[in-house]
Design a protein around this ligand. Structure first.
Ligand code: FES
Length: 187
């Protein structure tokens, strides 16, 4: 199956995701996301402000995301990581001692009850705003198996918690809810 994951690298280190990056990202992720998000990309290209407001939520179909893989979708101008964690990744995230964390937070507070296999994160490095790598199978994921920021080397674990700086904080959590076991609504 073709890889539907997408990650955006900011070669310039500029914190904002460019429109070209948006389109690239949407193209890669379209197999796994709802039509609303795809429509958003093309409408937004012409008239951003109005349509960011109009589409304040995005539905994500989880069915195509196999265990161990993640995708990036756009929600309100932000890249959102949705990863299907393996049993091993969940256990690693749950077993970490809080004293080992830069910003201590239990994994249970970063996932929805009963859906520990899914981690949903704002894919913006908390250092200077690059988009970390780690969703494609070929991406570097860092020493903790989560995400690696190519700009200055920060690393995040499979819960999106920062494990190696210079990033000072964990990846953020967007508002979202499960509409079913295979569908998440962002926003
Ligand atoms: S932006 Fe500096 S490490 Fe990510």
């Amino acid at each position: 199956m073709a890889d539907s994951s997408t990650a955006v690298v900011h070669h310039t280190g500029h914190p904002d995701v460019t429109k070209r990056d948006f389109l690239k990202l949407i193209t890669g992720a379209s197999a796994a996301i709802g039509t609303a998000a795809v429509a958003w990309a093309f409408i937004d290209y012409m008239n951003p402000a109005k349509d960011v407001l109009a589409l304040s939520s995005v539905e994500v179909d989880l069915t195509p995301i196999v265990a161990g893989q993640g995708i990036t979708v756009l929600w309100q101008g932000k890249p959102i990581f949705v990863r299907h964690r393996t049993e091993k990744e969940i256990k690693e995230a749950e077993d970490v001692r809080m004293s080992q964390l830069i910003e201590p937070q239990p994994d249970s507070q970063r996932v929805k009850p009963g859906h520990a296999q899914w981690i949903v994160l704002i894919g913006i490095c908390t250092h200077l705003g690059c988009v970390p790598l780690g969703n494609k199978p070929t991406d570097p994921r860092g020493d903790w198996g989560g995400w690696f920021c190519p700009c200055h080397g920060s690393q995040y674990d499979t819960s999106g918690r920062v494990r190696h700086g210079p990033a000072p904080a964990n990846l953020g959590l967007p508002p979202y809810a499960f509409e079913s076991d295979t569908k998440v609504k962002l926003g």
